[in-house]
Write a protein that binds this ligand. Structure first.
Ligand code: ADP
Length: 478
């Protein structure tokens, strides 16, 4: 086997052991962990030790033997610890760090004290082989635990190393080989080749192990994040449902409780009007006052009925609704509020009546809510105006309520329209979300936009399924 000079081969393998970890450090750059530092550091120590073996002819024996042996044992021990860490095993006792020194002491005693070359050689082969075997066992454990091919490759190369080292020890005991690490011949070549495999595959294999683990962690984290997002979403949904349920319960019981007094007011008003008709001397205006009370009571009870219908799904009311009439009714209600606040109310409802199938009470609730929001957004007695328009655009009816109020701040914009969000001290924050739900139940959509020149425009669009009938449109200042 003269084609391969064994010390040179050891030097080459030693250099490889030095270069491979350095390259791996560069490749890993951002992803270095404690265990990779340990494994690659172990590789560097192993490389230095092999260079020491290769240079034995040029370095005094008292330096080369203890240093090479100590570094090899330490390097393999560090690699074992790196794998244990990767596997999440418990840390080893501190005194184990003394083991390499103990090995060096016993080796030196045999070498210098006993001068027994075979024994020291067999001892070192046995120690190295068992450390290689320990690495192989941990790699196998990793391969199985993480289903990692890199783990199995690492196991194979270290098991091969352990076998070759063991065979070399056996060969020396059997007297067929010399007790010299850099011996010429098949055994020397085999050791050098295994060293070569171990240096390349050891580094690449460990990188694989590390990357397999990193990929697994990434997947675990992604799964954890997905679970967390899902549970947050569910919690939000549950909270939302809970609020809807309490809202529904509250509205139902309110509607139930108010129904009776409203019915009593209505009966009494009707009776009072009847009695009034029998007395010619009744004060002027009392009759129309009672008529107004009657009208408002009937309206209030329709609103209550509609709230109950809205919170109880499935009870949808659909009738032919004239949108101009809805607007007129609502304007009747808010006109006084606007006058008291010194705000001008203008409306342009178009010249032709727009009709659709829907719930007139619910639609007037929407319009009332938007007009009240507009009034509340404006400073009273500051000379502002609110403009209500109704137009037909592309087969759809579009209501717009434009005010000159404080508008929508950037900060509140994302939350406006979500249930229970309000910037008013006594606001419930339900008006817009209920209005939006009503409009969507009618197949339309509602939006709150910035008005050019300041203020806001609340706009809702409804599909018009039926053709327009009869007159009734108007353009007026209310
Ligand atoms: P609430 O009137 O009880 O506050 P809403 O759901 O009707 O509940 O309105 C939610 C919030 O949207 C209001 O508190 C207000 O901040 C904002 N908002 C609604 N309409 C307007 C408007 N025309 N101009 C400016 N902000 C508005």
């Amino acid at each position: 086997m003269n084609w391969l000079d064994i010390p040179t081969a050891y030097a080459l393998v030693g250099l490889l052991y030095l270069v491979m970890p350095l390259m791996a450090w560069v490749v890993l750059a951002a992803g270095r962990s404690r265990s990779t530092h340990m494994w690659l550091g172990g590789g560097v120590l192993f490389g230095i030790a092999l260079l020491m073996v290769a240079a034995r002819a040029h370095v005094p024996a008292w330096v080369s033997y203890p240093l090479a042996n100590g570094l090899i044992a330490l390097a393999l021990q560090i690699k074992i610890l790196a794998l244990r860490q990767e596997l999440g095993l418990a840390p080893v006792p501190r005194w184990l760090w003394l083991a390499p020194m103990l090995f060096v002491a016993v080796f030196e005693f045999i070498r210098l004290g006993l001068g027994w070359a075979e024994l020291r050689f067999v001892l070192s082969m046995a120690v190295y082989a068992s450390l290689f075997a320990a690495i192989a066992r941990l790699s196998w454990q990793f391969g199985r635990q993480e289903n990692s091919r890199s783990g199995y490759a690492l196991m194979a190369v270290h098991a091969l190393g352990a076998t070759v080292l063991l065979l070399r020890g056996v060969a020396v005991v059997a007297g067929v080989s010399e007790p010299d690490a850099v011996v010429r011949g098949l055994d020397g070549v085999a050791t050098a080749l295994v060293g070569l495999f171990a240096s390349v595959l050891g580094t690449v294999g460990f990188l694989g192990v590390y990357l397999d683990r990193a990929r697994r962690n990434e997947l675990d984290n992604a799964a954890k994040r997905a679970r967390h997002e899902e549970s947050t979403r569910l919690m939000n949904q549950i909270a939302h449902l809970d609020r809807r349920r309490s809202m529904s319960e509250m509205s139902s019981s309110m509607a139930h409780e108010l129904n009776q007094p409203l019915a009593a007011i209505l009966t009494n008003t009707q009776m009072a009007r009847h009695m009034l008709q029998q007395h010619a001397q009744a004060p002027a205006g009392l009759g129309s006052l009672l008529r107004d009370i009657e009208k408002d009571t009937q309206r209030a009870s329709r609103v209550l009925k509609s709230i109950r219908g809205f919170v109880k799904p499935g009870e949808e009311r659909r009738e032919r609704v004239c949108l101009q009439r809805v607007a007129d009714e609502v304007l009747d209600i808010v006109r006084d509020e606007a006058r008291q606040a010194g705000i001008r109310l203008e409306c342009a409802l178009g010249s032709e009546a727009i009709e659709l199938m829907g719930d007139s009470v619910q639609l007037s609730q929407v319009l009332l809510n938007l007009l009240r929001n507009a009034l509340q957004a404006m400073v009273p007695h500051a000379g502002g105006r609110i403009r209500l328009t109704l137009v037909r655009e592309d087969g759809r009816a579009v209501f717009r309520v434009q005010d000159q109020g404080h508008g929508i701040s950037l900060e509140n914009r994302p939350r406006i329209g979500t249930a229970f969000f309000s910037t008013k001290p006594d606001g419930m924050g339900l008006g817009l979300s209920i209005s939006r739900a009503i409009v969507e139940q009618h197949g339309g959509r509602l939006a709150l936009l910035d008005a050019p020149g300041g203020g806001a425009i609340a706009e809702f669009v409804l599909p018009v399924q039926t053709g327009q009938t009869g007159p009734g449109g108007q353009t007026a200042a209310a």
